[in-house]
Design a protein around this ligand. Sequence first.
Ligand SMILES: C[S@@+](CC[C@H](N)C(=O)[O-])C[C@H]1O[C@@H](n2cnc3c(N)ncnc32)[C@H](O)[C@@H]1O
Length: 214
Amino acid sequence: MTSPRRSHWDDVYTTKPADTVSWFQDDPTPSLDMIAQTGLSTDDPIVDIGGGASVLIDRLLDRGHSAVTVLDIADAGLAVARKRLGERAALVSWIAQDVTAWQPPKDAFSIWHDRAVFHFLVEEADRVAYVRALDRGVSVGGYVILAPFALSGPERCSGLPVRRYSADMLQAELGPAYHLIDQQVQTHVTPTGNHQNFIWCLFRKTPTSAAAEP
Ligand SMILES: C[S@@+](CC[C@H](N)C(=O)[O-])C[C@H]1O[C@@H](n2cnc3c(N)ncnc32)[C@H](O)[C@@H]1O
């Protein structure tokens, strides 16, 4: 059965050109810089959570990343990216799934990347489910990049309410097993010229969390 959440996002991607939505960016430099900051190789597995139609996947393939997964609740968003990539789409693992209901393979990813997705989880139960999936999927020593709206960011996105964050708030969501390495506030300029502040945080999963897992 299609959930209201999935319908919302499928509708967005079927009714609006991907380069007109507020979160569109043709240059995902903040993501690429933080991924480079991990120092991991292009063979290390990376998952883009809620990647939708983002061009981040194009740029990762351009740079030679060879183990890339894009997950999104909206297959319509993934379809936009697949069409744009053409034959290169076959190099990517595509997962149409609500991240809060996802059970990723254990320790499957060295980098978990999320731009503008976690902030939609306004219910605590959804955030707990998200972190459960994240903690299962990210290997010890792996990295987590979270980029929701900052405390100075907008109160809504795509017509939906969001929860805005500081680095401390994100740290509290992830728990002590995740060590904050870097944080930056970045201003995104939307296609209509509005300014939106994001908080970019890079965390590393420490061995402590593996010990705590059942
Ligand atoms: C604001 S857009 C950001 C898209 C992309 N990350 C970017 O930076 O361009 C939010 C994305 O998250 C996806 N999304 C929203 N809730 C989700 C959920 N619970 N599970 C998986 N994807 C979700 C939407 O379909 C959409 O593609």
